[in-house]
Design a binder for this molecule. Sequence first.
Ligand SMILES: NC(=O)c1ccc[n+]([C@@H]2O[C@H](COP(=O)([O-])OP(=O)(O)OC[C@H]3O[C@@H](n4cnc5c(N)ncnc54)[C@H](OP(=O)(O)O)[C@@H]3O)[C@@H](O)[C@H]2O)c1
Length: 227
Amino acid sequence: MSKTVLVVGANRGLGLQFALQYCKMNFNVYGTYRKESVDEAKELLGSEAKTFVLDLADEASIQAASESFGDQPLDILINCAAAGNGSDKWIDATVDEFMTKFRVSAVGPYLTTKAFYPQLKRSTSPLVVNISSNAGSISGNEKGGNLSYRTAKAALNMITVDLARELEPDNIALIALSPGWVKTKMTKYTGHMETDEAVTRMIKVIDGITANDTATFHHRDGYMHTW
Ligand SMILES: NC(=O)c1ccc[n+]([C@@H]2O[C@H](COP(=O)([O-])OP(=O)(O)OC[C@H]3O[C@@H](n4cnc5c(N)ncnc54)[C@H](OP(=O)(O)O)[C@@H]3O)[C@@H](O)[C@H]2O)c1
């Protein structure tokens, strides 16, 4: 039987590529988008993926998505969506900016994992992949900058490890995965790599993950990331 994958934030960028590539691999694919981004969801909506609306800033919409998904087992949950970059300089970061990044990019994946916990438990090898960033690595922060985004990704890393520990009895593995610098709207299409190549590499990493790898941080190119 084909595996089921759910990609949160699949209307564009890396999330869209995850959905398209898993469709090609004959997975049973679900992808989410936000109501207000329906225009940027055309490719997803025209693909073989099943879709539903999900806004990470709205807990009710996360719960509704879980109800639409139903009782079937969920094998891979990819928490890909995140709020984009914030102020470049620390002195310009605002409370609103911190709160939005934290809510969407850290609490959002936590709430999604919680909402899909029953379906994850029904899989024989459930895996949650939190798309993190080099920017979320505390030991790797050598230059500073983009403080609110970094802070939210560091929080997401902690959520990954904490849930990995707490969900061990359920055999649910969680990893953090950094895509590297990729050409998407978030990076204003700068970056070293196109989304298709970056996602092909991330899928290769995901393919190699077992329950023993829970609570680890990986780079797209297959090496372990420092926290
Ligand atoms: N590109 C890079 O170089 C890079 C590097 C490190 C990490 N990452 C991470 O990779 C992931 C994907 O980003 P990307 O590069 O593909 O950027 P992107 O094209 O800007 O995609 C961001 C996605 O997040 C969604 N999103 C934002 N706020 C949301 C909310 N409240 N609820 C639900 N979805 C929301 C966006 O949907 P809307 O269209 O509705 O806004 C969009 O689908 C992110 O976690 C990002 O932090 C990217």
